[in-house]
Design a protein around this ligand. Structure first.
Ligand SMILES: *Cc1c(COP(=O)(O)O)cnc(C)c1O
Length: 390
């Protein structure tokens, strides 16, 4: 077959997500070669004469990254071949690449105060470089109130772990009016749930350690960006810091992308079913899932998301109840991270970094049969009612 029909500038834009993910980033078929070429393990490449060309040294480029970067680009911006994507060793490497390649001493940056738990570590580092750090909550588009004169606005929606949502289009409009760049951490949604570049953002950034790769076995991150000059700045940062993914990780990620639609579809529908079941429990409070029609974020989320993600959060009465609930689960591993095919849950307060109640549970819904998963959760909740405190 020829892949022209689907790889052409327009072709893939017209197909469904399931079709797009199985073909994303595949090279033209070559007789006797595999559909997805294996990982290329190379620190350097044959390079006689002038040192130009796509592949020179392994910190700058690798053919396995190229395939993956094309694949992610096709998901972040279907039908827009000009968008550039760069892969990194982790989500934090991707986030740092945008922040530190775009900000200079004297600039101001606006970050969410309820975002990923390593963001406060970044505040310290940014301030040490003479960058002014302003924060505001994600919900209610509160970051608008501290935007004035900032160089960069950092959005995380839905936020981790509180699952608040902000209106990306509205924030982008206000930011761009004032000459402020906008980056969106799209980890929770994945590009099948939300496409920040189409909503106007300058950068779409994600930890692909989570739902994007979905098996809980690799760390990876990416940055997608429409402006070639900004992309070049991020690329330069990757080169000088060297936060590059291994070829094996990049290849595993590409292999995992083929099932992204299947995984996300199942995980999102099960997450909604779990949230609905939890909403009927009297010991559960603070239930959040952007896909739940009664959720405070639902209206805004529905205006910009196509799928609402695999994470549900809720609060049990106290730490003891939460710990006994986690102990009682049989199909759900107690572990951090999220977005994987195996359900995981944790008492988020155990880390100390998030402003959450002691009984706050972040639950990542996997690909198990939803009826098994929900039965397990309800049984574990029942068990916390009868068991005495430890
Ligand atoms: C996990 C996570 C990160 C960090 O990604 P790593 O791959 O662990 O470095 C960043 N942002 C969000 C929203 C995350 O959930």
């Amino acid at each position: 077959m020829s892949t022209d029909a689907i790889d052409g500038a327009e072709g893939l834009g017209a197909v469904g997500d399931g079709t797009r993910v199985v073909r994303a980033g595949l090279p033209e078929p070559v007789k006797y070669e595999p559909t997805l070429p294996g990982p290329v393990f190379a620190a350097h490449f044959h390079l006689p004469g002038d040192p130009t060309g796509p592949y020179t040294y392994g910190r700058d480029e690798n053919p396995t990254w190229t395939h993956l970067e094309r694949a992610i680009g096709e998901l972040e911006a279907p039908g827009e071949p000009g968008v550039e994507t760069l892969v990194f060793a982790s989500g934090m490497a991707a986030i740092s690449a945008v922040l530190f390649s775009q900000l200079r001493s004297g600039d101001a940056v606006v970050l969410p105060d309820d975002g990923y738990q390593a963001l406060p570590l970044l505040h310290e580092q940014l301030r040490a470089y003479g960058i002014e750090v302003r924060t505001a909550p994600t919900g209610g588009d509160a970051q608008l109130s501290v935007l004035d004169g900032a160089r960069l606005l950092w959005i995380e929606t839905p936020s981790n772990p509180g699952l608040d949502v902000c209106d990306i289009r509205r924030l982008v409009r206000a930011a761009h009016e004032g000459g402020t760049l906008v980056a969106v951490d799209n980890t929770l949604a994945t590009p099948l749930g939300q496409r920040p570049l189409e909503l106007g953002a300058d950068f779409s950034v994600a930890s692909d350690t989570k739902g994007m790769t979905g098996h809980g076995d690799i760390l990876l991150g990416h940055v997608s960006c429409r402006d070639p000059r900004r992309a070049a700045e991020v690329r330069r940062w990757r080169k000088v810091v060297g936060a590059i993914p291994g070829p094996m990780e990049a290849w595993l990620a590409h292999r995992s992308l083929a099932t992204l639609q299947l995984r996300i579809e199942r995980q999102c529908s099960s997450a909604l079913a779990l949230a609905e079941a939890l909403s009927k429990r009297e010991e559960v409070s603070g239930l959040r899932y952007p896909g739940l029609p009664g959720d405070p974020s639902h209206a805004v989320a529905a205006g910009q998301m196509r799928r609402f993600g695999s994470v549900v959060s809720f609060v049990l009465p106290d730490r003891d109840r939460a710990e006994r609930f986690l102990d009682g689960l049989r199909l759900v591993e107690e572990a951090t991270s999220f977005g994987g095919v195996r359900s995981t849950a944790e008492r988020r307060g155990r880390w100390g970094g998030d402003a959450v109640p002691e009984g706050f549970i972040r639950f990542s819904v996997g690909a198990e049969d939803p009826e098994d998963l929900i039965a397990d959760v309800l049984r574990a909740l029942d068990a916390t009612q009868s068991a005495p405190g430890r």
